[in-house]
Design a protein around this ligand. Structure first.
Ligand SMILES: NC(=O)c1ccc[n+]([C@@H]2O[C@H](COP(=O)([O-])OP(=O)(O)OC[C@H]3O[C@@H](n4cnc5c(N)ncnc54)[C@H](O)[C@@H]3O)[C@@H](O)[C@H]2O)c1
Length: 356
């Protein structure tokens, strides 16, 4: 029997990357994507979308999108990537995030349930944003505490860290999700919705909580996402990269090919675990380190720490990938240095093409 995979958001950054491998594994791959103008400068099929992937340009929040799809297709596997992703933007455009991330997901599930055309597996890309600030250890008592969101007053005073506490890497098995942004809250809602629905219908689910994904193919025009490409653009223009807070904001930067490999693993083989998988490089990197590496790659002036801050930014975000390494028999293959070089080479090519 021919096997079909649907990728929602299949024309996006992660979608194009994972689509190429899924096109090798499935007989039919259908990407559903609205080609959102914030992500796509032009409403055209991305050149990097694998030729075997059929692109359906449609909005996942509309019931008719799904009714049309399930009339002709019973998906075996759904890789659900569509999301409004801007963390800061979600504070002022929360309804957009709720509509796409929450209602878009329930529309899809309603259509599967209503038509009886149920997939055997759903893969959901969740986010590190579900953890918020995550768990920290009290330096005096050793107790694990959840300090929650940093207040605006605290940030205005330049108190970046939580005094007396040391941050711990996120781990799905032990860190309670406590989102500090509307984006994070909608991603957590997506997790609950997909898991509850799938368990009622006996459908396999895999949830991957992604850290900061970067690499060739990421949007260079979306101002709300992609700190790595933003830094690269500044350094490429020989500007000093401005670094927020005191430069010690921590992130885990994971290369796109490593994320695509993890996604393909669960899309093709499934997973016995009910826990989400943390997908990152496993390496904690400060924003200052990132800026310095990128400036060095371009021979740009060194970055400068400017003490500015962004509402809703978490201070520390890195993760323990050991359960994912074992559970998925997967490991990240790209170092940050090699990944950044690949991204910068790709940006150079894009800029040259754009000038023609
Ligand atoms: N990129 C990261 O660093 C990162 C980190 C954590 C989690 N994630 C998650 O991974 C997933 C994919 O992220 P990405 O970086 O590829 O994002 P992206 O913005 O590049 O891709 C999303 C795609 O969804 C499409 N889309 C948006 N709204 C739509 C709608 N209403 N109907 C149909 N299509 C719509 C866009 O056109 C775009 O092509 C998201 O669920 C995101 O939450 C990404």
């Amino acid at each position: 029997m021919a096997r079909t995979c649907i990728i929602t958001g299949g024309a996006g950054f992660i979608g194009c990357s994972v689509g190429a491998e899924l096109a090798r594994q499935f007989d039919q791959v259908i990407a559903i994507d609205s080609l959102h103008p914030q992500v796509h400068q032009q409403p055209v099929r991305p050149a990097s979308l694998h030729e075997k992937v059929k692109l359906v340009i449609a909005d996942i929040t509309l019931a008719e999108t799904w009714q049309a799809l399930v009339q002709h297709t019973r998906p075996d596997v759904v890789v659900h990537l569509v999301a409004e992703t801007g963390t800061g933007q979600s504070l002022t455009e929360g309804s957009r995030h709720a509509s796409v991330n929450v209602v878009g997901t329930t529309r899809m599930l309603d259509a599967f349930a209503g038509s009886g055309r149920l997939p055997e597996r759903i893969v959901l890309t969740s986010s590190r944003a579900v953890y918020g600030e995550g768990a920290w250890r009290d330096n005096r008592t050793g107790e694990i505490v959840y300090p929650g969101q940093r207040s605006r007053a605290q940030l205005e005073r330049g108190e970046w860290d939580f005094p007396g506490l040391t941050c711990l890497p996120f781990a799905a098995v032990s860190t309670e999700p406590r989102p500090t942004s509307i984006y994070g809250a909608t991603k957590l809602a997506q997790e609950h919705i997909v898991r509850t629905w799938a368990s009622s219908f006996g459908i396999d689910v895999a949830i991957l909580r992604l850290q900061n994904v970067y690499g060739p193919g990421q949007s260079l025009s979306n101002p709300y996402t992609g700190i790595v490409s933003l830094f690269a653009s500044l350094a490429r223009a020989n500007q000093s990269i401005p670094i927020y807070e005191d430069g010690q904001i921590i992130r885990d930067f994971v290369f796109i090919d490593d994320v695509a490999a993890a996604l393909c693993r669960v899309a093709c083989k499934g997973t016995p675990s009910i826990n989400p998988y943390d997908v990152g490089s496993g390496q904690a990197t400060s924003i200052l380190q990132l800026g310095t590496l990128i400036a060095h790659l371009y021979g740009a002036p060194p970055p400068h720490v400017n003490g500015a801050f962004r509402n809703g930014d978490v201070r520390h975000a890195s993760c323990d990938i050991s359960p994912t390494r074992t559970g998925l028999d997967w490991k990240p293959m790209w170092s940050l240095e090699d990944g950044l070089r690949a991204l910068c080479d790709w940006i150079d090519v894009q800029q040259t093409l754009a000038r023609r």
